[in-house]
Design a protein around this ligand. Structure first.
Ligand code: DQQ
Length: 540
């Protein structure tokens, strides 16, 4: 089936077949980036979870390796679940992860490379001491999972890890343990953090960022506190399947973390991505001196379709994560620079005018795998009076018409626009007279098929005085990954077109606002090459 075949991506990581979910234990070792991931060897739906494994020199091209770990002990026979890597100062790697036991209890397990001289880390040895942690009193037997990368507490020089859970009142929380050898652990009396009403915290991530470092530079997980150092706490909320983060302060004396702004705490404030993006994890890349984020991008089609196509899920493009020094209140996410090496034919369009109600095709030929970067200025009837607040998800999407929005791009669209994914801005003048900017991605018309979840995704995005609007979009067959204002707000969605495939996929600009002229000041589009994502050479 050509339509289903088209959905496989060209430069997003995916296994050769079957179901994948969370990224696990990302790390850099002896010249290779390692990615492990939750994988079902038996089918395209979740189950029988093992650790898939692939390596890369550049985070773009990948070599699949044999499974790193499979369920083969009483303590992980129901699944080798999510975990994180810690590299010790002496170079050893401690891989901590969750096992689902023969009784379905969640326990924490330790594994180490069986042959540390192998840069590909193909064989893993599960510790004789397993399980190294079982649910403590008061914690549900199935509410105890996904250990973080460890960090060194600068006060007592012992390691700390956090593990997500929830309490009986449905508050999400992160427990903290102290350890010196990764085998024995002490539960600390205080929680790293707790937020009422947020439910089970999966895949907690905890790391430092700094506003004072040179542009683009990130911090190792154990970086000592210093000027401008903040800590990011992220939790994946089981109940709404989104990844929420907050920026705050970690106190090594108490091992507690508190958000800078209690109103945008973990689970009630900012999200990494306002589309389909879950169970993410960062790691520190000592070569690129940057922190890199991976996220699991699930499907929006039916399970039946997944079984038919024989696979489900992608990983996001690895994203560099930085503090936004201009706003000081959010992170910036940006595709790792190596993605630029995939650029092929490029085209540039300057100073295109978009009158209200217009749709303008961009003459780039086939557009199934490409990157577009667009900057625009909106001018016109900004004399508009106060309007009702806007909410991407509750809106009519790109088909709605307001005074100052929507306008943006239509990607994975066919010539007749019967299929299109709109990536757009929407400006609203509030009761206080100020403009606010919303960034949305509309999947309502992304496909004529109806066995899909279709939604308008998005949120507000900070636009500072003097800034143009800007967006970068990565389109890769069935995924559209968008970054507004340098990565302040990101949206990823899946698309399953029936017509806008192969040679029929196009790109357009549109302005559906009634009272604003938009000048697309500069648009650059590059066709992107396919990455090499190669099978493991079969020795048989
Ligand atoms: N996926 C894993 C769990 C984790 C969940 C199981 C998040 O460890 O909590 O596949 O997607």
């Amino acid at each position: 089936n050509a339509m289903l075949a088209w959905q496989r991506t060209a430069f997003h990581f995916q296994p050769q077949k079957n179901w994948m979910n969370d990224p696990n234990g990302p790390l850099y070792y002896k010249g290779w980036y390692h990615l492990f991931y939750q994988w079902n060897p038996d089918g395209a739906v979740w189950g029988n979870i093992t650790w898939g494994h692939a390596v890369s020199r550049d985070l773009v091209h990948w070599l699949h390796l044999p499974l790193a770990m499979v369920p083969d002990h009483w303590y992980d026979i129901n699944g080798v679940w999510t975990g994180s890597a810690t590299q010790l100062p002496d170079g050893r790697i401690m891989m901590l992860y969750t096992g689902s036991t023969e009784d379905g209890v969640q326990v924490q397990l330790l594994a180490e490379p069986a042959d540390p001289s192998d840069p590909l880390l193909r064989r893993w040895a599960k510790s004789e001491a397993n399980p190294v942690l079982v649910p403590p009193p008061g914690v549900g037997l199935t509410d105890f999972r996904d250990p973080t990368t460890a960090w060194l507490n600068p006060a007592d020089k012992a390691w700390r890890i956090a593990i997500g859970s929830k309490n009986q009142e449905h508050a999400g929380l992160a427990l903290v343990y102290s350890t010196e050898d990764f085998v024995h652990y002490d539960l600390l009396p205080t929680l790293l953090h707790v937020v009422q009403g947020t439910g089970m915290w999966e895949c907690v991530d905890f790391y430092p960022v700094s506003a004072e470092l040179a542009a683009g530079v990130g911090l190792d997980t154990s970086a000592a506190p210093g000027p401008g150092v903040k800590h990011v706490l992220k939790a994946s909320l089981d109940y709404d399947r989104n990844d929420y983060y907050a920026i705050g302060t970690y106190d090594p004396a108490t091992d507690r973390w508190a958000p800078d702004d209690a109103a945008i705490d973990v689970g009630i404030g900012l999200r990494y991505d306002y589309g389909k993006f879950y169970a993410s994890k960062t790691f520190y890349d000592p070569v690129g001196r940057r922190r890199v984020l991976w996220g699991w991008i699930g499907e929006s089609d039916s399970e039946r379709a997944d079984v038919l196509k024989g696979w489900a899920s992608l990983q996001s493009i690895p994203r560099t994560v930085l503090m936004d020094t201009k706003t000081g209140s959010n992170l910036l996410q940006w595709p790792v620079v190596e993605v630029e090496n995939l650029r092929m034919r490029g085209k540039r369009f300057d100073g295109l005018d978009l009158q209200p109600g217009s749709v303008v095709p961009l003459d780039v030929g086939r557009a199934t795998q490409f990157q577009v970067q667009a900057g625009a200025a909106a001018a016109g009837s900004v004399a508009a009076g106060a309007e009702a607040p806007y909410n991407c998800s509750a809106s009519a999407g790109a088909a709605g018409r307001g005074l100052l929005g929507p306008f943006g791009l239509l990607v994975v669209a066919d010539d007749s626009l019967s299929e299109q994914t709109a990536v757009y801005f929407y400006l609203v003048r509030g009761a206080d007279g100020k403009l606010s900017t919303h960034f949305c991605q509309d999947a309502f018309r992304s496909s004529r098929a109806n066995d899909l979840v279709k939604a308008v995704y998005g949120s507000s995005v900070p636009v500072l005085t003097g800034e143009d609007l800007s967006v970068r979009i990565l389109v890769d067959h069935s995924i559209v990954e968008s970054f507004a204002q340098g990565g302040r707000t990101c949206i990823t969605s899946r698309v399953y077109p029936t017509k806008a495939i192969y040679d029929s996929a196009r790109v357009f600009l549109f302005n559906n606002a009634t009272n604003v002229n938009v000048t697309a000041k500069s648009i650059k589009i590059w066709e992107l090459n396919s990455a090499y994502i190669r099978p493991y050479p079969d020795s048989s």
